[in-house]
Ligand binder design. Sequence first.
Ligand code: 13P
Ligand code: SF4
Length: 298
Amino acid sequence: MGVKEDIERLKKEKKAVILAHNYQPPAIQDLADIVGDSLELAIKAKEATEDLIVLCGVQFMAETAKILNPGKKVILPVKDAGCPLADQLTPDMIKEARKNHPGAAVVVYVNSSAECKAEADVACTSANAAGVVRSLEETEVIFGPDSNLASWVQEQVPEKEIIPVPPDGHCPVHAVFEIGDTEEAKRLDYCIVCHPECEKSIRDKSDFVASTGGMMKIASEAGRWAVLTEKDMTYRLSKEYPEKEFLAYEKSVCKDMKKITPEILRNSLETEDYEIILDEEEMNRARGAIERMIAIRS
Ligand code: 13P
Ligand code: SF4
């Protein structure tokens, strides 16, 4: 039997569902039951009725799934699939910022640890960040860890004062883009979409700024796209819109997202590794911030 058949059999035996992020390798996207952005995966995990949730993504995504559906076993097939952006925020930084800005609300990007979410008032993803911030009563908003997303939100919600914590938090995968990329894409007549984790200079030269889920929704608006985000986003886009052209940037690779292979996925279904185990009290506090985010969306 092949790996694909093994996975199908194990999924039935274990009553499992496989959720995969839009940046997962094509082979994993093809094996998943659901492929989506951070917000879509969080909502699917919350609604999952299966016994076992296999999260093909990175640590914070699997933690979010566990926090939202604590009665289920949640596994991340690779133990050390982290997020270098999430690592840039600590609970102490949030506590310090609260001390310095006592009247401010704390919004954490979902790309953060469960410990940080437990210190926050509300979470957000790139799909709903502006809406979450706009909905707050407070004028001052502590926002971390992505300073580029923070500045993008600031542009859309000028009535708030956003305080990025840390001041220079960024995703290395989105920091690779240069003005030369947008100039070249324009010269070749591509419509440009970039992720809000890109620097302001790149966002300003793009036709659209969107989360990975947002990119799926707006793709119908043009025929040829330069996609300034992680390279495998274009696999998902090309599958959904085979008649369109999507330019991928091979230099934009999230190494942590590439750690899962079909063989590793099969083994993880077999052994049920690596289970996400979080402190009960911390989980309950973090759930408040994520549930509040989901409620704002609806
Ligand atoms: P999305 O929420 O847009 O899928 O982004 C997740 C992410 O990690 C971007 O780098
Ligand atoms: Fe983290 Fe960047 Fe990878 Fe997204 S692309 S998971 S923000 S390192």
